[in-house]
Every structure is written in C-alpha cells, then in structure tokens.
Design a protein around this ligand. Structure first.
Ligand SMILES: [Zn+2]
Length: 83
C-alpha cells in the first residue's frame, strides 16, 4: 500500500537529486523540493524505462554485522559410535 521510496535521480527541471517513489501500480513519481517540479512516469512507457536507467537505487541500509547467534543447539552425541 502506498508509495515506497524507489531511488534518487536528477530532477528533470533543475538537476538536483530528488527521491523517486513508486506506487502500487509501479508508477514512478517525484516532486522536487528545490524547484517544485513534480513528474511521474507510468510503467510500460519509454519515460518509465528512461527513468529506471537514471535512477540510482536507494542504498540499502548497511546490514549490521550478524549478532552472535545464540548457541546453536546441536546435539552432540558423546560418542559417534553406533552399535
Ligand atoms: Zn527540481
């Protein structure tokens, strides 16, 4: 539901970097905070694919180092001998 941040690309008006959002119909849109330009590109249009080639995907949040897992409960048999 709603829009999600898709990435950033230069505003087509002023060239400043804007956040591009994608809605549930995969329409990309942005509204520029710098020049008040707003724009959108519907999926399947040349504009849309053009945007996609220009958009820098959001940097995914750095994955935190895996916390030391709780000790795996491996059951060790005292001896591997099976008679
Ligand atoms: Zn702009």
């Amino acid at each position: 539901m709603g829009k999600r941040n898709f990435g950033t690309m230069p505003c087509s008006e002023c060239g400043k970097e804007v956040v591009v959002k994608e809605n549930e119909n995969e329409t990309l849109s942005y509204s520029c905070a710098w020049c008040d330009d707003s724009n959108y590109a519907k999926k399947g249009t040349g504009k849309h694919s053009g945007w996609k080639s220009r958009i820098k995907p959001l940097e995914s949040a750095p994955t935190p180092p895996a916390p030391p897992a709780t000790k795996p409960k491996t059951q060790k048999t005292e001896s591997g001998l099976i008679l």
